[in-house]
Design a protein around this ligand. Sequence first.
Ligand SMILES: C[S@@+](CC[C@H](N)C(=O)[O-])C[C@H]1O[C@@H](n2cnc3c(N)ncnc32)[C@H](O)[C@@H]1O
Length: 207
Amino acid sequence: MAPGTERMARAFDDLADEYDDAYHDEVARALVGWSAPTGTEAVADVACGTGAVALAVVAAGGGGGVPVLAVDLSAGMVAAGRARAERAGVGGAIDWRVAPAVPLPVADGSLDVILCASSLHFLGTPALADWRRALRPGGRVGCTLPVASTFQPRGVYAELVASDLPLPETAENGRQLADHAGFTDTAARLLDVGSRRVVLIRGRTPA
Ligand SMILES: C[S@@+](CC[C@H](N)C(=O)[O-])C[C@H]1O[C@@H](n2cnc3c(N)ncnc32)[C@H](O)[C@@H]1O
């Protein structure tokens, strides 16, 4: 593993046992509602952590055709996610991988929907180009980013934020990010969860 990658994995391994909370589940449910994967689509949860998004996809009846692909660098986060899915009785519905999310370990044009909650700001802009590669023509992307003025990462997590991706302040900033990355039919909206505000962003690959 590259040194930066190893540091990222270690930082999130350290958080894994106490990571789950209502905030991440609420953001995940909102993202899944906003992106609306159907029961037959091939879906990936990118930088899945403990799988809040993958679990929300399964709960909403999406990803029924094939297991939801859930990829994260942190073995600790993935182990916590697996345990959570087993407890919920949906262990077989998610294909967990401990791996870098950029590039995604999938063939070109093989996914219908890519979802990524609370993580794009760690992955940086190369992830956006990779999502266009991995999605089929007309495939959909949905992601969330923290709003710049309410984002207060601390310690090592602040140091791990990618420097090449300006955080949005408004929904329009978020929409433009997807637009500039080459997605079409782009849209964005704000979501407030307690004192935190995020932008939900969606788009399609050109058909
Ligand atoms: C704030 S957590 C979000 C987790 C989850 N998506 C959620 O909504 O709860 C960020 C996650 O990104 C993962 N991550 C960061 N960089 C990554 C990379 N290059 N490849 C895969 N996972 C990465 C971390 O390990 C961590 O689990």
